[in-house]
Write a protein that binds this ligand. Sequence first.
Ligand code: ASP
Ligand code: MG
Length: 403
Amino acid sequence: MRILVQKFGGTSLSSDKARSHCVDHIARELKNGYRIVVVVSAMGRKGDPYATDTLLQLVRDNGDRLPPRERDMLLGCGEIISAAALCSLLNSKGIASIVLNGGQAGIRTDEQFGHARIKELHPERMLEHLRVGTVVIVTGFQGSAENGDLTTLGRGGSDTTATAIGAALHAEMVDIYTDVNGILTADPRIVKDAKPLPVVGYAEICNMARQGAKVIHPRAVEIAQQARVPIRVRSTFSEDEGTLVTDRPELVKGYVADKHVTGIAHVAGITQISVQAIEGRTDMQLQVFQTMARNHISVDFINVTPSGAVYTVFDQDAERAVSLLRSNGFEPAAVSGCAKVSVIGGGMNGVPGVMARIVEALTEQGITIMQSADSNTTIWVLVKEPDMAPALQALHAKFELHL
Ligand code: ASP
Ligand code: MG
């Protein structure tokens, strides 16, 4: 049995017309000989009926008095509605389909309502239907705890449902259908000549996703990578095959082996915090990071030296972080309104000159690098928010990503 998982995002399901495009993609792949699991998100975006954010709006006025367990029951409705709508359309076109919710599809999670993790996936029930050629529609972003309670996997979790199912069923491919033509070299709203990439490695896409490219959830990529299931990120509204994500991108036609940089991503809304060492307080480093950890403030861009610690937090955590540090006897300095710009490329490891070109591109624009860090596939720089767009444009041009 050749199995294909097709995941459709909110905009792909938001209208009759959009859903008819989904049906076309399903019909085509059935003709190509695949047995198909379709994973759906909730329809549309904030404000649209049945969108996840719209459902949340329903209870917002009550000061969020809904307990997490019941909140998950509310959130789960969006995907159920999408699934039923698609099922009726498929059946009306003569394509037999059935809807399974997360639990019915065999997705067992822990009990962390709102951000549950998948513990096991029992695909037998999906397989029974696939064997007779029925299209199995699974509600994304949800599972069931040991006792049958509905749990959700965290925002954007439908991608995770899709790759987890792909891994469990040894699918040939997981197609993530969205409203863009694949993964782009940069955000096209900022970099006008950003272009879709034909193929990228898992590590690269994972970095891009974590660093602000919203096209796929990083956890979904990790699951696919472990199971070595290829992913294709593509548009519902075209026949274009989009971007292939695989562990051997160099084997795929269209891969440019000597490109050291693949894409550029960005995250704004970041505050840089600097804490100076205080004479006689040898516990400074420990105190600072334990304080952040105890208060669930996530830290990034960490740079620790004997003379102090510099790191970043999200703007919304900054005030709390600073006052916690003050009450610990430190005198932190905070610079809010910063942005993290990531230059990503699986081919940059061990290549001399990548950082030099980054510094060159930014210096030419008069942009100050406030901090930097690197791994074997990414170099990050912290800049002031107003410098973010010019930095992205300059880096995109310097590494000739438009070619
Ligand atoms: N509907 C959920 C959300 O908006 C899950 C998803 O779309 O991936 O977060
Ligand atoms: Mg999504």
